[in-house]
Design a protein around this ligand. Structure first.
Ligand code: TYM
Length: 320
């Protein structure tokens, strides 16, 4: 299977990005042909400072490599280093009904909040479709918030193929049960725009402080609690072993514990889990030339593939 996914460099990655998406990239690289990119073109819809964007792109590369993405197995590159994708985006745009984009949550939410929306934000899902179709991807590992965009991609591929013949491969979204919508410190979906994130590479002490401030309900200590509806338990489960999870579950069902104890266990489990990646990241930071070489080689490989898909699309439309 060919796997493809992208992640926006709009700030440091959080637990939701990892458990919803990056962890899947790393697991899937073992047996499949993975293409993963840093979506800098998409980030332009929010980051409009050149130096800041460059820094975020570098951080993104360091983060995913430190977390375990292996450039010997998977292809890692920067979205804008494959200009074929932007051209493919135009071809798709000429057949995209406005109504399809008007229904997309990401755009609708911003508009409803009265935020300024531009054409980039509106056509964001078409660029995503081009990202996916340019590499003949079969599976797209993402969190739940991106599933609607993959549906748009499927629609566009279907209608293009119906009009011009079989040009594009139909992709499928892959979400992980139990991690497709990781909650943030307030229990809502973890998201940079909600200011409720727990960072993957935050200094351990700051992370611990943030964990201790996670909101909880005010039920008495002695009451039994339903673990399935509790965001603290959901976060703990992401880091814990099966045994630790079972133990925690039993503790919830029995009652007689304080949330402070759960938070402490969560902070310990997260620290243990994230420390090896933190160490790897520090090593990589001292070798920027290695990261540059990985991204360059990744872009060259990705471009070859995108070029041949674009040629197919050109031919089908009567271009060139
Ligand atoms: P982005 O950068 O917002 O998020 C990157 C990935 O993290 C997932 N994610 C979550 N998963 C579970 N729980 C959460 N709280 C959570 N928050 C974020 C996202 O679902 C995503 O998988 N548009 C995309 C980037 C993109 C892309 C693509 C993805 C551009 N082109 C082509 C797939 C295919 C985005 O903004 O993701």
């Amino acid at each position: 299977m060919r796997i493809l996914s992208g992640i926006q460099p709009t700030g440091r990655f959080h637990w939701g990005n990892y458990f919803g998406a990056i962890k899947q990239y790393i697991e899937l690289q073992e047996q499949h042909d993975g293409y993963y990119f840093i979506a800098d073109l998409h980030a332009l819809t929010t980051v409009r400072d050149a130096a800041v964007l460059r820094g975020f792109v570098r951080d993104a590369a360091l983060d995913v490599l430190a977390l375990g993405l292996d450039p010997e197995r998977a292809t890692l590159f920067v979205q804008s280093h494959v200009p074929e994708v932007s051209e493919l985006c135009w071809l798709l745009m000429t057949g995209t009904p406005l109504g399809l984009l008007e229904r997309c949550h990401a755009y609708k939410d911003k508009k409803e909040k009265g935020l300024k929306a531009d054409a980039g934000l509106f056509t964001y899902p078409v660029l995503m479709a081009a990202d996916i179709l340019a590499y003949d991807a079969n599976w797209v590992p993402v969190g739940e918030d991106q599933v609607q965009h993959i549906e748009v991609c499927r629609d566009l591929a279907r209608s293009f193929n119906a009009h011009y013949g079989e040009v594009f491969t139909q992709p499928e979204a892959r979400v992980v049960q139990g991690a497709s919508k990781v909650p943030g410190t307030d229990g809502e979906k973890m998201s940079k725009s909600y200011n409720n994130t727990l960072g993957l590479f935050e200094p351990p002490n700051e992370l611990r402080k943030k964990i201790m401030r996670i909101s909880t309900d005010s039920r008495p200590m002695e009451d039994p609690k339903d673990p399935e509806t509790d965001h603290l338990y959901q976060l703990f489960r992401l880091f814990a072993t099966a045994e630790q999870t079972e133990e925690m579950r039993a503790m919830y069902l029995k009652g007689g514990f304080g949330y402070g104890e759960v938070k402490k266990r969560l902070a310990d489990a997260a620290d243990q889990y994230l420390t090896p990646a933190r160490v790897r990241r520090e090593e990589l930071e001292n070798h920027p030339e290695k990261v540059d070489a990985i991204l360059q080689a990744g872009a060259a490989k990705a471009r070859d593939r995108a070029r041949s898909v674009l040629q197919r699309a050109h031919k089908a439309c009567g271009l060139g």
